[in-house]
Design a protein around this ligand. Sequence first.
Ligand code: PXP
Length: 246
Amino acid sequence: MSRYLRLGVNIDHVATIRNARGGDHPDPVRAAEIVARCGGDGITAHLREDRRHIRDDDLKRIQDATDLPLNLEMAATDEMLAIALAHQPHAACIVPEKREERTTEGGLDAAGQHNHLAPIVGQLKDAGIRVSLFIEASERQLDAALQLAVPVVEFHTGEYAHAALDGDNAKVASELKRITDMSALAAKNGIEPHAGHGLTYDNVQPIAAIPQLAELNIGHYLIGEAIFDGLEPAVLKMRELMDLAR
Ligand code: PXP
């Protein structure tokens, strides 16, 4: 039997709606509590440099509200490093925020940025934070992750999701193969592979079926479905689809 696949729920877009009015409703902390109650395995939140969704004070409130592990998505900057070290999330996923930090597909250019990333990765690891790099599924980026000695990589599924949306079956198949092959290679080299971005009820199962993947991080679609069905049913349905695919 395949290993259990964890579901990290990205609650950023609850904060996006809150911030549209500048007040405190809807509160992403309430979303985190619901995720905890209905069997989500983690909370993912991206503190962006422009604070367009999650804000600094949300982090502590999320950590206080649930026992679920917090996966902090962060740019590789001194400001974000200091915030991560102060909050001690379970995991930190380094993501690109600026054009020059990313590959053509949108993942972090870990290969091109080795010298910049190495000290940040080192300080996060020294603090006991599980570091992950959000990279495209390529040997070049995986090699860079190995050089940086991170325990986790998260493969960017955006291209796969776009191809599925466009009905481009050949591209869906080639993206899936890339993610499948790189997940196997990561696991073989002792790196735990995760995946995320753009995953939906319709496209999640082929990704969830990749046996080496240990975690999916899903946000925008779940929060969108929550508008119609509620967050708990949305999380439960995603959970069921993931389980059926294993
Ligand atoms: N994983 C990472 C590293 C992300 O930055 C994001 C948000 O872009 C997600 C997963 C979730 O993506 P989505 O909101 O499209 O489900």
